[in-house]
Design a protein around this ligand. Structure first.
Ligand SMILES: Cc1cc2nc3c(=O)[nH]c(=O)nc-3n(C[C@H](O)[C@H](O)[C@H](O)COP(=O)(O)OP(=O)(O)OC[C@H]3O[C@@H](n4cnc5c(N)ncnc54)[C@H](O)[C@@H]3O)c2cc1C
Ligand code: SF4
Length: 339
């Protein structure tokens, strides 16, 4: 661990300015991931720039067109239990509450959740090679213990998965990420926010250096009637997903008129295959239809020595989550808040 300076700017401009003019400057919000990275000796910041003092929209804003803007600095707990989210976007609430523990959700912020780093064991071991931590050093996970690793979208360079639960729900809801930097403001559609590893696994997302996430926008349609989030993991608390699924449906009687399916724990980003969602339109909302969708979603899946089981697990999870979405209040095991 190294010593660092701690800054608490009052405005976003001050934060950008400090981050762009100081080598080794990093932002901190809830600190639940970045302080760990520092303690594991994976990050050696010269300055930690605390974003919590910066002025701007805080909380949740309902726009006239029905869309909702979440502040990046709101905590995960404030977001999940907010009446607008519980009432209009319960899938997001369930996704957030499936993550971490109440204590962590009280500290963790929405912006930080999008930028948390992979939980690959080799990444966290500073004595191990790792292309994500040190480009060109290798990927021991490919031949090593890869139980939690990707079955979709992996590359020769990296087979890590992105561990967020919240982001799986945000992907299914078609959220937009608002960011701000020295060159101005821009918006990034959720499917373009995170990246696949390709030849540059050290880059997790399409944020530019120094940019701050200011907010997350949810479209007006919240799928509050038929939705489910199912997280399968080794234990109920403090465990990241082996596989998770977010499903949102619109139904006409028993027929699907619109479907959204996103998977977590399987790839370097939340995984959505729109062809499967299109296929479901007009189909009966039953296990057979969800099984067909699962086959499309997992068509290109490739397991490694210790994680082949995830392919079948993911298919079954899609079917089960689809059935749960027909009765969201059923709260089957795997859909309860993480303790
Ligand atoms: C034991 C444990 C279990 C966990 N289990 C789960 C789980 O099951 N599911 C899950 O989804 N998550 C889980 N998490 C991860 C947790 O959700 C994240 O650590 C948290 O959401 C990160 O938010 P933060 O505000 O603490 O981020 P920080 O740690 O403060 O920052 C994380 C990163 O984001 C950057 N950053 C933060 N805010 C902004 C911003 N507004 N703009 C630009 N950059 C920013 C920081 O520079 C840093 O790089 C777990 C964490 C722990 C410690
Ligand atoms: S999977 Fe990615 S994060 Fe894990 S060791 Fe390989 S390169 Fe590093």
């Amino acid at each position: 661990m190294n010593n660092f300076d701690y800054l608490h700017p009052a405005t976003a401009d001050e934060a950008f300015d400090k981050s762009n003019t100081t080598d080794g400057a990093v932002y901190v919000a809830g600190g639940t991931n970045i302080i760990d990275l520092w303690k594991y000796d994976l990050l050696h910041p010269s300055v930690m720039i605390d974003l919590n003092g910066i002025s701007g929209e805080k909380g949740i804003k309902e726009n006239e067109d029905g869309s909702v803007l979440l502040s990046a600095l709101m905590t995960n707990a404030e977001t999940a239990y907010h009446p607008v989210i519980e009432g209009r976007y319960p899938l997001l609430s369930r996704g957030i509450l499936a993550g971490a523990s109440p204590q962590i959700r009280n500290m963790a912020t929405n912006g930080g959740n999008l930028l948390q780093r992979t939980r690959c064991y080799y990444f966290y071991d500073s004595n191990s090679p790792c292309n994500k931590r040190l480009p060109g050093s290798g990927c021991p996970a490919r031949e090593g213990y890869n139980r939690i690793h990707a079955i979709l979208g992996a590359s020769e360079q990296c087979i890590a998965v992105f561990p967020s639960d919240m982001c799986v729900a945000l992907a299914a809801l078609d959220a937009t990420v608002h960011v701000s930097g020295l060159t101005g403001n821009r918006s990034i559609g959720f499917e373009d926010f995170h990246r696949l590893p390709g030849d540059t696994p050290e880059i997790d997302n399409n944020l530019k250096y120094g940019e701050v996430i200011t907010g997350i926008e949810l479209p007006a349609k919240g799928f509050a009637k038929n939705y489910a989030y199912l997280k399968l993991r080794d234990r109920h608390s403090y465990a990241f997903a082996l596989v998770s699924v977010a499903i949102a449906l619109e139904l006409d009687e028993n027929h699907i008129t619109e479907a959204r399916i996103a998977l977590g724990g399987v790839a370097h980003k939340p995984w959505r295959i729109k062809e499967a969602e299109e296929m479901l339109k007009g189909k009966s909302a039953d296990a057979a239809s969800f099984a067909d969708a699962a086959d499309i979603i997992l068509a290109g899946a490739q397991g490694f020595e210790h994680n082949h089981f995830k392919i079948e697990l993911a298919k079954r999870a899609v079917i089960r989550c689809g059935l749960m979405a027909l009765e969201p209040e059923s709260q089957l095991p795997g859909a309860q808040p993480s303790l």
